[in-house]
Design a protein. Structure first.
Lengths: 298, 279
């Protein structure tokens, strides 16, 4: 809000140009135009075509959607992708919460080092990290060599190209997305509240469970939502680390387009993935309040 | 940060448990970097960990391979051009959104940041279908447009956040002293929001630089980006050249991270004397 005295002073001495385009005027909305036109052409138009294609290619009708909802193979891909996203979200929460807690408690150099350790993988290319897990989990990779050196196994254990490898890779890649929002919310919790609970006789554990943990929940929801919707759309990591039977929706879409040229069906799958993602966001928003989740991103 | 923050010590056993878990998770996070970097300096002909001897052969191979350097060049071009485009239209959009109120504004904001939310595979096949018809597959132009769409939300979000902290009276003052809106922007507003624009640019560049899925579909074979070239390498054979490329990318990430950290400190310093507390 502008101060009233200044707001009064402005129109009198504005330059001619500024009078035509006052800072708060509607004309400023013109600045939105380039981005809007750009997104309409490069984003909305292609997406719209996919939606249309899903009900017209090769024949008009909702056959593709019926197929997705009824054929066993496709249903299994949908549920397993959902299950994968859910497991990864829970695992990143269990592993990430203590790290966020330590991050929030630590100070100075130690905190700087911890933040570096969380941010470095966050900034490293997804492909590089997936590649590293291929090296670690491979047939003659680091894990198998260690196991064999310790005499725990005589021949390499199959780790790469399994569901386990996909889980490990995805948890690794998405962990920072869980840690950072939780940490951000934790640093804004007033320590006086904790001291108040303690001085009123609550045990440290009870103080944590009844005061600290509930206050940190917006961060957990923000991180959880972020990890879950990212995990739903994962393609690269499951494709490189997973086995042929661990198909995700994204992999199925890519396969339909590049190997089978089944554009109509691929489009229907893409629309399904998009709708599910948006539904998760709206559901989270209406149950938890988007404002509350948004808090976690600040 | 409040320096007087007081945390109770967690006690001996919970403390050991807490710091132990944290240490293990941080180790897990760092493990891939600890593995990839040494491998890239290996002197053996195949993947070997721990490497027996030191050599720069994989870096040499990377720099001598036309395929790899061409991919690096494509990635740099696409990244820089997409970042410039996203910054220009994103900053303008953030300025248009700031302090304005109109019906459906939150819907519009939702649309502007939507490329961040839509699963990237969905965007990739949508663009591929359109580009195939318009003969844009394999063109740098098409790649730049797609990557700019990926980066645009980051620019809008960071610049909007910075604009919220700028005292609008400064712009009013410039205007009332006779500056044209452009001059007021160039000499007053832009210097104030520059940290936000640069942070947005870093994010937009990363969005382009890291993208595999879109490039996989639309960049064709002629103008493959670095991640696409890596992807192809990973699918066929695990070649330690990729470890060398990866190490270069890690170094690059660290550099960008430091840039952002410096910016954050700078803007924290600039924001400190502001009279209003952040809302």
């Amino acid at each position: 809000m502008a101060r009233p005295d200044l707001a009064l002073a402005v129109p009198i001495s504005l330059s001619p140009w500024a009078r035509r385009f006052p800072p708060e005027g509607r004309a400023r909305l013109l600045l939105l135009l380039p981005a809007l036109v750009f997104l309409l052409l490069v984003f909305a138009y292609p997406l719209g075509l996919i939606v249309i294609r899903s009900v017209t290619d090769p024949l008009p009708g909702i056959d593709h959607y019926v197929q997705i909802a009824t054929v066993d193979v496709y249903l299994r891909v949908l549920t397993s992708t959902f299950g994968l996203a859910l497991t990864v979200t829970l695992a990143t929460f269990v592993l990430g919460y203590p790290v966020a807690y330590v991050l929030a408690r630590s100070q100075g150099l130690l905190q700087a080092i911890f933040i570096m350790l969380v941010l470095l993988p966050f900034w490293t290319s997804l492909l590089v990290r997936t590649y590293a897990w291929m090296v670690i989990l491979g047939r003659y990779g680091v894990v198998n060599k260690t196991l064999m050196a310790l005499g725990l196994t005589d021949e390499p254990v199959r780790l790469l190209h399994t569901g386990l490898a996909t889980h490990i890779g995805m948890i690794h890649i998405l962990l920072p997305f869980m840690i950072l929002p939780i940490w951000s919310v934790m640093t804004r919790i007033d320590p006086a509240l904790l001291m108040a609970a303690r001085s009123l006789g609550a045990s440290p554990l009870r103080t944590f469970l009844r005061v600290f943990f509930p206050l940190s929940l917006p961060g957990v929801f923000a991180g959880g939502l972020f990890v879950f919707i990212l995990a739903l759309g994962f393609y690269i990591t499951p494709a490189l680390l997973g086995g042929p039977s661990d198909l995700t929706i994204s992999m199925l879409i890519a396969q339909q387009v590049s190997e089978l040229l089944a554009w109509g069906f691929a489009s229907a799958l893409a629309v399904t993935l998009l709708v599910v993602t948006l539904a998760v966001i709206f559901l989270a928003g209406s149950v938890l309040g988007l404002e509350k989740i948004w808090e976690g991103f600040k | 940060m409040n320096a007087d923050r007081q945390w109770e010590s967690p006690g001996r056993w919970p403390g050991i448990l807490l710091y132990g878990t944290c240490g293990l998770v941080l180790l897990f996070l760092m493990l891939p970097t600890f593995i990839v970097v040494p491998i890239s300096f290996s002197d053996s002909l195949y993947l070997d960990f721990p490497p027996r001897g030191f050599s720069l052969q994989w870096y040499e191979r990377f720099l001598n391979s036309h395929e790899w350097t061409a991919a690096l060049w494509t990635s740099l071009q696409a990244g820089i051009l997409a970042t410039l485009l996203a910054c220009a239209i994103g900053t303008a959009a953030a300025l248009g959104l700031a302090r304005s109120r109109f019906p459906g504004k939150s819907l519009l904001v939702g649309f502007l940041v939507a490329p961040m939310i839509v699963p990237v595979i969905v965007l990739a096949i949508s663009l591929y279908a359109v580009y195939a018809k318009m003969k844009l597959v394999g063109s740098l132009f098409g790649l730049v447009l797609a990557h700019a769409a990926l980066g645009l939300p980051f620019v809008i979000v960071t610049v909007s956040a910075t604009l919220q902290r700028v005292d609008e009276r400064l712009e009013h003052a410039a205007l009332s002293l006779g500056a044209t809106p452009f001059k007021a922007f160039r000499y007053v507003l832009f210097p104030l929001i520059r940290p936000g624009v640069i942070a947005g640019a870093v994010f937009a560049f990363i969005a382009s630089w890291d993208d595999v899925v879109i490039a996989l579909f639309i960049s064709g074979t002629r103008s493959a980006t670095l991640p696409k070239r890596m992807w192809e390498g990973l699918r066929s054979e695990i070649d330690p050249t990729i470890a060398a490329v990866s190490t270069l990318l890690v170094v690059f990430s660290v550099a960008l991270m430091l840039v952002l950290e410096l910016l954050r400190r700078r803007s924290a310093r600039l924001a400190a004397p502001a009279p209003h507390a952040e809302g």
